[in-house]
Write a protein that binds this ligand. Structure first.
Ligand code: PAF
Length: 290
């Protein structure tokens, strides 16, 4: 496995690979790898000749007061995991090389980025501008045939798909299911912040989504959302949002009709911000996750 530290070195590598006509899969990460990342790496390994994993804690997607400075980092461990998952190349540039002095460009997706995590009472639309700008830079640097993202960040997935389509990126965007701990907690690098007590309480997030799904089939969307929110509150967790949206447009879901409904939640558990979601299939009300 080779570690590439600069955009220029990444471009040279890409030129070399192009000469060999290999297919390239990219797994973009901010490191502190867990099983969720591993499932993306495995898919990339199975489907491509060469696998690149980017490792970059992107400063522009954190707003002031968020956890940029404390975001968990352990490059040595990440490199060992990546190598054992069959990654060929790590692209780990420095912030100053990604955003050199004079950098002045933002890639923004309108509308989709102004709700849920993008609302002013949450991380704000600037969060997604940071994500779409860095993903554009990563796609330009690596020029992968396929890029892999996780469904846990459902809104990010929708925004990236929209951007890739609008800007005619030729990279195929693949979204893979959320990987969960045995008790249902969605895998996240931020789970490392949780105390044992908070870790236990955090299981209420996935349980509240399952509760929402089960009440939906009996009593409809309003009652289902109320039951889900109540479940969270009973664990002492006040959601930042707990909302039902259509997954492609992120418009509020009405609960009538047969279109799949994304129920998404963000909540702080003892100061650690966690997100999760479930996709409810009204026609069958059987769970599909993604
Ligand atoms: O999902 C993430 O880890 C990040 O948002 C991403 C896509 C690597 C961009 O920094």
């Amino acid at each position: 496995m080779e570690v590439i530290r600069t955009p220029a070195a990444m471009h040279s590598l890409r030129d070399e690979l192009r000469g060999q006509t290999v297919t390239v899969g990219l797994v973009p990460t901010m490191g502190y790898l867990h099983e969720g990342h591993n499932s993306l790496l495995k898919a990339a390994r199975a489907e491509n000749d060469a696998v690149v994993m980017s490792l970059f804690v992107n400063p522009t997607q954190f707003k002031a007061g968020e956890d940029l400075s404390t975001y968990p980092r352990d490059e040595e461990r990440d490199l060992a995991i990546a190598e054992s998952s069959g990654v060929d190349f790590i692209y780990a540039p420095l912030p100053d090389d990604v955003y050199p002095s004079g950098f002045a460009t933002k890639v923004e997706v309108e509308g989709l980025t102004e709700v849920l995590c993008g609302s002013e009472t949450s991380r704000g639309p600037g969060h997604f501008a940071g994500v779409t700008t860095v993903v554009t830079k990563l796609l330009n640097a690596v020029d992968p045939d396929v890029a892999y993202f996780g469904q846990k960040d459902a809104q990010q997935a929708t925004v990236i798909r929209r951007m890739a389509e609008d800007l005619e990126f030729r990279t195929r965007i693949v979204i893979l299911p959320t990987v969960r701990e045995r008790d249902g907690l969605a895998m996240s690098s931020r789970n490392a912040y949780l105390s044992p007590e908070a870790r236990e309480r955090a299981t209420a997030i996935w349980a509240s989504l399952l509760e929402t799904e089960s009440v939906f089939s009996e009593s409809g969307l309003d009652a289902a959302l109320e039951a889900g929110r109540r479940h969270l509150q009973s664990a002492g967790i006040t959601p930042e949002y707990f909302e039902a949206r259509y997954p492609g447009t992120l418009d509020p879901a009405e609960g009538t009709g047969t279109d799949p409904i994304l129920v998404a939640v963000a909540a702080k558990v003892d100061g650690t911000r966690l997100i999760d979601n479930i996709l409810i299939e009204p026609s069958s009300t059987s769970r599909r996750n993604p």
